[in-house]
Design a binder for this molecule. Structure first.
Ligand SMILES: *[C@@H]1O[C@H](CO)[C@@H](O)[C@H](O)[C@H]1NC(C)=O
Ligand SMILES: *[C@@H]1O[C@H](CO)[C@@H](O)[C@H](O)[C@H]1NC(C)=O
Ligand SMILES: *[C@@H]1O[C@H](CO)[C@@H](O)[C@H](O)[C@H]1NC(C)=O
Length: 313
């Protein structure tokens, strides 16, 4: 009996390597993620648009390279770029959600991403703060945001029941989930929010996005984290990147658990981008687009709330 069961065990063990590769998902371990630039409200000496370096560093910290997506470029250029990169991040900041170059480019990439995903070409989209609001406006086709008292407050997430089984959070270590739920480590830096009331009223929003967490300013309950039901589209009203990479305000959370959380958020999205297989036509094209062609400036020294910024013409 003993010999027999040992034989079975050996067969089983030997059989595994032959079976595994068929089940192993293909993965792109050299992901390149687009980060959308945005117009500067007032002309600054260094350029007309910018990307806060904290977004770039966050993605780089989890094993991605970054390509800046410039504003106000021809649609054709965005199509070409879309087919060259593995995901896009819409960062926070300040831009008009209907008329800005930021909004126009976000719309184009969002539509291309949904079309691609419908055809089995997995292309993830992330929105942070302004990017989160931009996703809501694109999905609903209208601006349903309301004013909240949330410009500069770190909060614990109030997770919904859907959070633990969500794509975004299901593989997070339990201690990171506990920190997110109990510590003030999600930084809110926004004047506008989507209230649960307006979200629920909108058929477009409630059928497209699953609410993963909410928060309140004491008066209005708003959505703080969401993911699309059927697409790799994700958004946080709060700022994962600031914990590790921004320093302008004393209340930014820099505790060990806050930094660890930043990394897990980045790790999640970079792994999403690894499921995409777009690539630049050549190494030369890739080199031409990578953010390494630009040098960030120490904008924090000039009073910017971003410690470093990439400026573009
Ligand atoms: C709902 O959206 C409208 C804009 O359509 C806005 O004026 C209103 O303040 C919002 N209300 C809440 C409670 O979010
Ligand atoms: C806004 O929230 C802060 C706490 O984050 C509070 O101190 C302040 O009184 C609030 N302001 C208003 C107008 O409610
Ligand atoms: C966390 O934020 C909540 C809500 O603003 C506040 O009541 C609480 O005192 C904060 N906790 C810490 C440890 O700062």
């Amino acid at each position: 009996m003993r010999v027999l069961s040992l034989t079975c065990l050996l067969i089983a063990v030997c059989a595994i390597p032959a079976v595994l590769p068929q089940h192993e998902e293909k993965r792109n371990d050299r992901p390149i993620i687009g980060v959308l630039a945005q117009e500067l409200k007032n002309p600054e000496p260094y350029g007309n648009s910018y990307i806060a370096a904290s977004y770039v560093k966050t993605l780089e910290s989890a094993g991605a390279r970054v390509v800046p997506v410039m504003v106000n470029r021809p649609e054709e250029e965005y199509h070409q770029l879309f087919n060259s990169i593995n995901g896009i991040l819409l960062p926070g900041g300040a831009a008009h959600l209907m008329t800005s170059g930021y909004a126009k480019a976000a719309n184009i990439f969002y539509k291309l991403a949904l079309e691609a995903n419908d055809k089995g070409d997995y292309f993830p989209v992330w929105g942070t703060c302004l990017g989160f609001e931009q996703l809501l406006v694109i999905t609903s086709g209208e601006n349903l945001l309301c004013r909240t008292n949330t410009s500069g407050v770190s909060l614990p997430l109030e997770f919904t029941q859907d959070a633990t089984e969500s794509k975004l959070f299901k593989d997070f270590p339990p201690d990171v989930m506990t920190s997110l739920a109990t510590e003030n480590i999600t930084l809110n830096f926004h004047k506008w929010s989507i209230s649960i009331e307006n979200f629920t009223k909108s058929e477009e929003l409630r059928t497209f996005y699953k609410i993963l967490s909410t928060n309140t300013d004491g008066k209005i309950e708003f959505i703080s984290t969401m993911e699309a039901y059927n697409y790799p589209v994700y958004g946080t009203q709060w700022h994962p990147e600031k914990n590790a990479f921004e320093w302008s305000q004393g209340y930014y959370p820099h505790t060990p658990s806050a930094i660890k959380m930043t990394f897990h958020m980045a790790d999640f999205f970079v792994n999403e981008a690894k499921k995409n297989f777009h690539s630049f036509a050549s190494k030369e094209e890739e080199n031409k687009h990578l953010i390494y062609n630009h040098n960030p400036i120490f904008s924090g020294a000039d009073g910017s709330s971003f410690i470093q910024k990439y400026y573009f013409d």
